[in-house]
Design a protein. Structure first.
Length: 205
């Protein structure tokens, strides 16, 4: 069924498993953070945010990937209909949290994209985990896809800025702006490194 022709009721039904998956992953994430960092002086997780992708964004993404914008294609080809973003203070914490998630028995990790070790050409850095969690519905259980994005505050502020510019422009970003963005991405990487070193020094005191 074409996404744009779906009624609000049908869309809500299609999104229900994703809304459930977001609640489950959020709960896991919050519990892990509390346990993992219970003995630390401060919680290195700055915040956790979750969102369901809007139908118009799902349709746009399908068209960009060359698929007809139907709900069937969305279920098959879009991995980030449900998204959870965990924003940390330091890069090291990202890998600690990713390892804990990896070892969860009721989470299937399908794919990992490490844009921190290998940033995108435009400078984008984040650690993406494509996972599935089991969701019980009235008459059956299904494994539902969720994208977890792990990033630092600096990576997050860069990504928000770049996202805003890209979406506001709705056309190619001028080369001068792309170059400035890339420079800023490099600065945020240096900032992350320095802040992490500083934190390690403070923890040793
Ligand atoms: P929005 O509006 O944030 O939801 P794939 O089929 O997996 O190769 P996909 O889904 O594009 O293709 O994978 P990827 O790279 O994991 O991107 C998923 C999401 O990561 C994006 O969703 C963004 O949220 C974020 N992201 C990826 N690349 C960039 C980037 O260059 N800049 C910014 N600001 N965010 C990025 P959406 O649907 O693009 O956008």
């Amino acid at each position: 069924m074409l996404i744009e022709t779906m009624s609000d009721h049908d869309m809500r039904l299609a999104m229900l498993p994703y809304a459930g998956a977001l609640k489950v992953v959020n709960m896991y994430a919050e519990t892990i953070m509390e346990e993992l960092f219970a003995n630390k002086r401060s919680n290195p997780v700055e915040h956790i945010k979750s969102r369901l992708k809007r139908p118009s964004s799902i349709a746009r993404k399908l068209e960009k990937k060359g698929y007809e914008p139907t709900m069937e294609n969305a279920l098959k080809y879009i991995d980030d209909i449900a998204g959870v973003r965990i924003v940390c203070l330091f890069p090291k914490d990202i890998y600690k949290i990713a390892e804990v998630i990896q070892n969860f028995s009721n989470i299937r990790v399908c794919r990992v994209k490490d844009y921190i070790k290998v940033p995108k050409k435009n400078g984008y850095r984040s650690y993406h985990m494509h996972i599935e969690v089991p969701i019980r519905l009235l008459d059956h259980e299904e494994w539902v896809k969720v994208e977890i994005q792990l990033r630092t505050v600096a990576m997050d502020s860069w990504a928000s800025m770049e996202h805003k510019i890209r979406y506001k422009q709705r056309k190619d970003i001028p080369d001068t702006v792309s170059c400035r963005l890339l420079e800023c991405a490099q600065l945020t990487a240096e900032l992350d490194e320095s802040m992490q070193q500083l934190n390690e020094e403070i923890e040793r005191i």
